[in-house]
Ligand binder design. Structure first.
Ligand SMILES: [Zn+2]
Length: 143
């Protein structure tokens, strides 16, 4: 922890991808070009390293948000030479969908229900990027 903490901040939510947390923080703090990439650049965090699950970038993001670094890291796909590591599983590159966005509409509706700022409450689940997972674990809806 380097003492830099955002105020206000947002909690890291259950199953949330690190890139989603960065994106929601961007929505909260930026008015123009509110992208996760811009937000991370403004905060001195290399967004590419967040995408790649590199521990230094994840720890910097967690510290900034006031999140638990280990919990955030557990939701990251860490790039390794032969693909990615996720919770001890080695995943070939072809098993991840990272250039298109998949989501569960029921989860997003649930995230936004009653929210005054739905753009910071809807969040991306890490498991939505795993190609073999095609159905929401909570609602049974097709991703
Ligand atoms: Zn769902």
């Amino acid at each position: 922890m380097n003492g830099r903490r955002l105020h206000p901040t947002l909690p890291h939510l259950a199953g949330e991808a690190p890139t989603s947390l960065a994106s929601r923080l961007a929505q909260l703090h930026l008015t123009n070009n509110a992208s996760a990439r811009s937000f991370c650049a403004d905060m001195g965090i290399d967004f590419r390293r967040v995408v790649d699950g590199q521990p230094d970038a994840l720890t910097a993001l967690a510290d900034l948000a006031g999140a638990d670094p280990a919990t955030l890291a557990a939701e990251a796909f860490r790039r390794v030479p032969e693909g990615h590591l996720f919770r001890g599983e080695r995943l070939p590159k072809s098993s991840l969908l990272r250039t298109s966005l998949r989501f569960c509409p029921a989860c997003l509706l649930d995230d936004c229900s009653g929210a005054s700022k739905p753009e910071v409450m809807a969040y991306g689940r890490t498991v939505w990027s795993i190609a073999a997972i095609r159905t929401c674990l909570c609602f049974g809806v097709q991703l």
